[in-house]
Design a protein around this ligand. Structure first.
Ligand SMILES: *[C@@H]1O[C@H](CO)[C@@H](O)[C@H](O)[C@H]1NC(C)=O
Ligand SMILES: *[C@@H]1O[C@H](CO)[C@@H](O)[C@H](O)[C@H]1NC(C)=O
Ligand SMILES: CC(=O)N[C@H]1CO[C@H](CO)[C@@H](O)[C@@H]1O
Ligand code: FES
Length: 280
């Protein structure tokens, strides 16, 4: 009995080791690059190492200061917090800096925020590197953010991404050569009821004119024409492209909008609740 148990344990152990060694070996041969490819977009860049690299547009010799109007805005923000908790204002203040700076936070912008809030610069970098809505590399005039979370995926976000990357000729994380669009991916932006959706941040008009617009119920051709309209200087219709709000009027199915007809997803009238036959 004892020997049988030992034999079994031995077999199990060797099965486990051989399985493990196969997967360890295949992991070891996989180059770092292909692992990087599998990372989500926010980490698939030099930012994955969270290192600042000097470039002609972002280095310590460049200066940044708030404009007079924006200085008033950040002072109003700080006034909402007790004087000994100025650092609590860091996120809204960085947001103003990013909007003024064309959508990204340069080293100089982060240092200016640190000085403004009496913080060590490293504590500002920590926040700016942690949140993916803060961008530390130069981006295009419009930041196109495709929602990539489950409800949007189920409603065709992949088709939206394919249409956009094909139309603009860039991948997620890249900027068009004319500097107009940068493509990004975001997680759920709370508009799943009108999935799939895309948010576009407009950095062309500074802090006063900053716009962050949702475009919802998109088919691939909807998003392509939205991008074309923006490029021509027009203003596409915001929100749902096919209904007035989120009323049950239909849904995007594949590459087209299908208006509601009868029971939509049900194939027949719903069943009555189960009732036991009391006379049986
Ligand atoms: C820093 O920026 C200045 C001004 O754009 C530029 O002339 C200089 O070459 C940059 N330095 C580095 C190391 O990129
Ligand atoms: C991720 O980075 C690699 C290496 O730079 C690049 O080839 C690839 O296109 C990037 N993937 C995305 C989704 O941007
Ligand atoms: C820090 C950060 O999130 N940087 C991102 C800025 O935006 C571009 C394009 O969307 C990304 O490639 C960067 O990773
Ligand atoms: S999943 Fe796209 S908005 Fe929620």
């Amino acid at each position: 009995m004892l020997s049988r148990t030992l034999l079994l344990a031995g077999r199990l152990a060797s099965a486990a080791t051989s399985q493990q060694s196969v997967s360890t070996a295949s992991r070891a041969v996989e180059p770092l690059n292909s692992l990087l490819h599998k990372c989500s977009f926010a980490t698939n860049s030099t930012d994955i190492f969270n290192v600042h690299k000097d470039t002609p547009e972002n280095n310590a010799s460049i200066t940044f200061d708030f404009t007079e109007a924006n200085y008033k805005i950040v002072k109003d923000i700080v006034a909402r917090y007790p004087p000994n908790y100025k650092a609590s204002a860091i996120i809204p203040v960085l947001d103003v800096a990013q909007q003024q700076n064309g959508g990204w936070l340069s080293l100089a912008a982060m240092n200016r925020v640190a000085k403004f809030l009496d913080m060590a610069p490293i504590r500002v970098y920590e926040v700016a590197t942690f949140y993916t809505m803060f961008n530390r590399t130069k981006i295009g005039k419009y930041h196109v953010l495709i929602c990539g979370t489950t409800p949007c995926r189920l409603q065709g976000a992949q088709g939206i991404e394919e249409a956009v990357t094909k139309h603009l000729g860039i991948h997620i994380g890249q900027t068009t050569p004319d500097g107009i669009f940068t493509l990004g991916e975001m997680e759920c932006m709370g508009a799943c009821v009108n999935a799939p959706m895309v948010a576009i941040a407009d950095y062309t008009k500074g802090v006063e004119g900053f716009e962050y617009t949702y475009y919802e119920d998109l088919t691939p051709s909807d998003i392509v024409s939205i991008l074309d309209t923006i490029k021509k200087g027009g203003k596409p219709k915001p929100g749902s492209q096919h209904r007035s709000k989120a009323e049950p009027a239909g849904a995007v199915v594949g590459d087209k909008w299908v208006p509601k007809e009868g029971t939509m997803t049900l194939s027949g009238p719903p069943r009555q609740p189960y009732c036991r036959d009391l006379n049986a």
